[in-house]
Write a protein that binds this ligand. Sequence first.
Ligand code: BGC
Length: 248
Amino acid sequence: MKVLGIDIGGTGIKGAPVDLSSGAILAEPLHLPTPQPATVGAVLKTIQKVIRHFQFSGPVGVGFPGVIHDGVVGTAANLSPGWIGKNAEKLFKHATRLPFRVINDADAAGLAEMRFGAGKKEKGTVILITLGTGIGSAVFIQGRLMPNTELGHLPLHGRDAEKTASAKAREKHDWGWKKWSRRVGEYLQLVEKLISPDLIIVGGGVSRRAEKWLPRASRGIRAKVVPAKLYNEAGIVGAAMATRPCPL
Ligand code: BGC
């Protein structure tokens, strides 16, 4: 079955049609910049562009960078605050006349990694951490998702962890891999102290260059730490999977 998956990030919005049975991306993903400011109207227009680009008609799954309850936005740290309290699912549906399902972006990436990537067949407690504009988290306990965990906002050095350990923080402060990987290591240790996972999967664009920083960042961590297998495309695949009643 073919479903359009769209991953909304603080910096970019990307989408592609996905084959749900194999998790394969069926066409070159479209990458568009997230409008700044990322108001409701501006992001809606970008979503319409993605649908037009693929001339898509059918179910659409969206990963959204904030807490989502039944399609309603609870937080939007890296988009315009005007999103908070809005029913994103209904807004997208009205704007496009297509059926939509919206879930948290990291939860979406986690679904894809658990089904097709680094978490395949993993039991026990698995945490996916995405390092991008913000830090996202998805927690799975014996293959079941505990949604909206928001571990990127844990305090680290007195600040939101995502302000000091995200990929954006590295770029903003112009840190080398060595310095940043120490920060990520401190963050992973904090997560481990709280949740004691068996496996930590690290995703986001930086997972493609994991050899540069992951060995140092995972020093001293008891859990197995691995890079995401679907890299940054997990968000698209998982968003598409979320349209199914039982995605895993
Ligand atoms: C948001 C999360 C999101 C993460 C990655 C954070 O700022 O609060 O919901 O998963 O960024 O986009």
